[in-house]
Design a protein. Structure first.
Length: 305
């Protein structure tokens, strides 16, 4: 807000004039927000999924040698929150592997939505296809509405922070302390199914997530991005920000669905209050970390698996 004082001639009083002056950052941020389509659960297109899922599955099976384990642990009906660790930079290969495996196992009529960054659902072409598969902008209201419709919902709490973590930390769960998914599961009284992934961080080599650069560029204000990664990736060589994507190396991707967690029951059994978010965070991330460490021990060579 900017104020100015105007003194009219011949009068003994001043008028105070106020007007709003938006900064360039605020202007760009508002423009970016307007590009994000409103979430619409009806955009999910079961017929489109049925027509394309097998082709998509063949592609990820050939290129990433995708291996999916334990999908039978996901409840066959009713709302459930699938919580995954994020890998592989902007291409995030575990996302299509997980979604395709889900639809192949349960069929396109089982309601399933995936939460993604605003930029994903806004991209021309890519965003349209993603929305047909049930991708929604990552927001609490969107997740709640999907769960209340009886759907399974896939979330990656680590978001851009985790997906752009250095490759040297590829065997680490890093949700950056974010607990919104826990509040959601407790409020809606739905089970959490951990989805543990390994391999994506070998599809490129990330040196740093560049969070200091992102802060300096005010990317969080502009487009809800907290990282500005520097990586080694095809076809660019040195890849700055990954804004234009990259050709992922054909690393073997393993996705494993773990046993459902009833947060309230397990917190109470452990002597915690049913709304103890810190204990819930340690419970979920601890189990995921234990399994990710085991999956890392199984791998013999980078990319090859």
């Amino acid at each position: 807000m900017t104020s100015a004082v105007f003194q009219p001639f011949g009068r003994g009083q001043a008028w105070i004039v106020q007007w709003e002056v938006s900064s360039p950052v605020d202007t760009v941020a508002e423009w970016v927000r307007r590009l994000v389509p409103d979430a619409d659960l009806s955009e999910r297109d079961p017929q489109f999924i049925t027509r394309t899922v097998e082709l998509g599955w063949r592609l990820v099976r050939v290129y990433f040698r995708a291996e999916v384990r334990g999908i039978e642990r996901v409840p066959a009906q009713g709302p459930v929150l699938l919580v995954g660790n994020h890998t592989g930079g902007i291409t995030a290969p575990e996302v299509p592997v997980t979604a395709l495996a889900f639809f192949r196992h349960f069929g396109a009529d089982r309601s399933f939505y995936q939460l993604a960054h605003d930029l994903v659902v806004s991209l021309p072409g890519v965003g349209q296809v993603a929305r047909k598969y049930g991708t929604l902008a990552a927001a609490p209201d969107n997740a709640r509405d999907a769960l209340r419709s009886g759907a399974a919902v896939l979330v990656y709490p680590g978001g851009d922070w985790e997906v752009m973590r250095p490759t040297s930390e590829s065997d680490q769960i890093d949700f950056a302390g974010r607990k919104g998914f826990l509040r959601l599961a407790l409020a809606e009284n739905v089970p959490i199914v951990p989805v543990v992934t390994i391999g994506g961080q070998e599809t490129l080599y990330i040196f740093t997530r560049g969070d200091r650069i992102a802060r300096a560029l005010r990317l969080d204000r502009l487009m809800r991005v907290k990282v500005f990664p520097i990586s080694l990736a095809l076809p660019w060589g040195i890849n700055i920000s990954d804004a234009f994507g990259h050709i992922p190396l054909p690393a073997k991707i393993v996705v494993e669905f773990r046993a459902p967690i009833d947060l309230r029951a397990e917190l109470e059994a452990g002597g915690h209050e049913p709304d103890d978010l810190d204990a819930a965070y340690e419970l979920v991330t601890g189990r995921m970390q234990d399994r990710l460490s085991e999956l890392a021990d199984e791998r013999r060579f980078p990319v090859i698996g």
